[in-house]
Structures are given as structure tokens and as C-alpha cells.
Design a protein around this ligand. Structure first.
Ligand code: MG
Length: 157
């Protein structure tokens, strides 16, 4: 078994959609970033790469590489999964905490879990996602952006 941790934060931009956990929120302001700015999937990618000893997301998907402009982060997640599998490991489980003042994520948690599980080709019970606010404290509390933390546990294939 190997364990890894991931963290990401993205600032709000102006234009919708918000993309979080592979789910589109068409009526919410999006996040700024080189790719689709999906902080949840980026945190998961870093957790998986970390668990496999493969560095971090910036090493494999450089933010100055035009190939990743506007990229669908589910594609990056799939590529990270392939790299992890090449090291002889598979995903045992993923746990994520999303920190956001808005939108209210509770009604969308199951959709995000399904989207993440589908991208990883694992059963949904292997993915857990929790949503919380920052209780109005600090930058996230002021609604300046969304952050995500993730842990990935890998098992030998
Ligand atoms: Mg990111």
C-alpha cells in the first residue's frame, strides 16, 4: 500500500461554468486556471502521483504547456491513472474535502463521486467526497476561490 496527499486552490473568474469534480455547474462563475481549473480533480491527481512517487501535477502537465490550455481535467486524471498503473499500483480509495462558500455542494456530491469514479474506472464506493465551507474566514471565506484536499491510497495490482 502507498498513500499520497494532494491540495489545490483556484481563484474565481468571471465566466461560467464552474467545473468541480468533473461536474459542470453552468450557472456558477468558473475558476481561473490554465486548464478547466477543476481544483478537486487536481488535488486527486496530486494525491495519486504522490502515492506512486511520481512527483506532482506540474511536472507532468506543465501550466505553461499550450497543450493543456482549457484542458478537461478528467483527461489529465486518466493520464495520471495510467502512470500510476504503470508503476504496478491501482486505486484502493480516494477521499476528498472541498472547501467552498458557494455554491452549496451537498446536492451535487453524489454526481461528483460518480464522475470521479467513472474517470478512474473504479466502483463509486472507492471515492468519498465531503464539502465544507470555511465559515467566512480568510480568502475562501470571502468567496475568492475554491480549495480541495485529497488523499489517495494505492494497492499493488
Ligand atoms: Mg490546479
Amino acid at each position: 500500500m502507498r498513500i499520497g496527499i494532494g491540495y489545490d486552490i483556484h481563484r474565481y473568474a468571471e465566466d461560467p461554468p464552474l467545473v468541480l469534480g468533473g461536474v459542470h455547474f453552468p450557472d456558477e462563475p468558473g475558476l481561473s486556471g490554465h486548464s478547466d481549473a477543476d481544483a478537486v480533480l487536481h488535488a486527486i491527481i496530486d494525491a495519486m502521483l504522490g502515492a506512486a512517487g511520481l512527483g506532482d501535477i506540474g511536472r507532468h502537465f506543465p501550466p505553461d504547456d499550450p497543450a493543456y490550455a482549457g484542458a478537461d481535467s478528467r483527461v489529465l486524471l486518466r493520464r495520471a491513472l495510467e502512470m500510476v498503473q504503470e508503476t504496478g499500483y491501482q486505486v484502493e480509495n480516494i477521499d476528498v474535502t472541498v472547501i467552498a462558500e458557494r455554491p452549496k455542494l451537498a446536492p451535487h456530491v453524489s454526481n461528483m463521486v460518480l464522475a470521479i469514479a467513472q474517470a478512474l474506472s473504479v466502483e463509486p464506493h472507492r471515492v468519498n467526497l465531503k464539502a465544507t465551507t470555511n465559515e467566512g474566514i480568510g480568502a475562501i471565506g470571502r468567496g475568492e476561490g475554491i480549495a480541495a484536499m485529497a488523499v489517495a491510497l494505492l494497492a499493488e495490482r
